[in-house]
Design a protein. Structure first.
Length: 43
């Protein structure tokens, strides 16, 4: 019974880390796309 809340907390922390990583990757891709589009428009 003691292990269950601890594992639940660990799973929640892992989910938060994964979500943050995915959001970070998504933002990086958007920024790269914006930079590439501006470079193409300038050329």
């Amino acid at each position: 019974m003691v292990l269950r809340p601890i594992t639940a907390m660990l799973i929640l922390q892992l989910n938060v880390v994964v979500m943050n990583a995915l959001i970070g990757i998504y933002v990086i891709f958007i920024l790269k796309g914006l930079v590439l589009s501006t470079l193409v428009l300038k050329i």
